[in-house]
Design a protein around this ligand. Sequence first.
Ligand code: FCB
Length: 478
Amino acid sequence: MRRRHVLTLAAAGAAATACSPPEEPAQPAPSGATGTPPPKPGAAGLVFPAGFAWGASTSAYQVEGAAAEDGRGPSVWDTFSHQAGHTRGGDTGDVAADHYHRVYEDLDLMRDLGLKSYRFSISWSRVLPQGRGALNAKGLDFYHRLVDGLLARGIVPVATLFHWDTPQALQDKGGWEQRDCAQWFADYAQQMFYSLGDKVATWLTLNEPKTVVSLGYTTGVHAPGRKDRRAADVAGHHLLLAHGLAVRALRATGRKGAIGAALNLSPVYPADGSPGAARQAAALDVEENRRWLDPVLLGKYPDGWLDGQPANAPVRAAVRPGDEAVIGERSDLLAVQYYNPAFVTAQGGRVTKHPTTQASWLEVYPDGLFDLLTRIKRDYGDIPLTITENGMPSTNDVRDDDRIAFLREHFAAAHRAIQAGVRLQGFHVWSLLDNFEWAEGYSQRWGLIRVDQDTRDRRRKASAEWYRGVIARNGPDA
Ligand code: FCB
């Protein structure tokens, strides 16, 4: 089953300096959560390369809350989630995990886990309520607090610039269907590079443009709720263009940060040994993977993809000379998000061959991660990789042994890929906290840390305790 088929620049620098964030008291050195000493590295199990970036991920709209505070403007997700019938139970991200107010508590939880890296996203409409123009100093202050707090705890910040929350003000001007949106994004990105670039060393441009295209613009189960294949493909091209323009914008600042896109990728397999299934798998691989990887890493859409199919005429019309070179501007890394494989029949249907989770689209197949990582190396070369999302929802509250088993298997697959020569530098579990899972609202709990839906109190789950040991040993137990 496919997923969730359910229901101006100088001024930026000045503004950033003018509103230096409140300082937090000095932090003790990172230490374990309990008094017990961490196990010796490599005691019994897999050992990852020294410096491996064990991390966790979140995104702004899913955790922050404070939706209308300190001058934040609405995003498409505020609009969408407040409209009847769009999310399970009518849930919204108004409060979410209340991370905006509990940021220091959450930073301490990260330190106690021993996280080396934290991947979060910046809410575009919190820092630019209209999507463009003058920065909202109070909104930007939040990210200074967060980043300073991470650095004080020895945790490396990895900042995503777009995790689906397009400012509503820009949506009102046409959003991603409008070519200008790519430049609006690059301008915002450059404001962030000037404002936070001396502290954030790793930037991710877009989170999962494929999901925006398929769920936001094709099936309409995500914001902005469009159901128009033509609009979807055009938006997809503009998203990729935005990625390339943002990479160029970083280079133009002269800052040293590394930058890349965060792509969700699914290895595609024929469901049986028939030639028809093999053909369908090759075709689906273009849609699932190559349509995104080729432009970003090779600077061109897959051969024949633009002209091959009549249905691609709108995107063909949207691509201007030079666009592919912009999209293919050299990235420093690729952020890989892996959840599920795709098995396809000779008729082009999708079948599931392994157990799924509460999220019915999530077919559990850890070998797919090995196949994906080694394939990227084979077809796209040795670009540094980091996994920025992998995880599962569990209905087992804090005794989430199913999540532990899931992560252990995926860590082992990642380890095998490293042994096979893949330059994998980090693994960020989705997610640090239970949060607002888009159209599913709060019905799915993806966090290592439980967030009480009424009180927002935090409690570490069994998986968090286990992950703390993994990080301390630099690898999972066997
Ligand atoms: C990914 C999204 C992330 C979360 C996980 C479960 O596709 O990037 O925000 O919803 O799925």
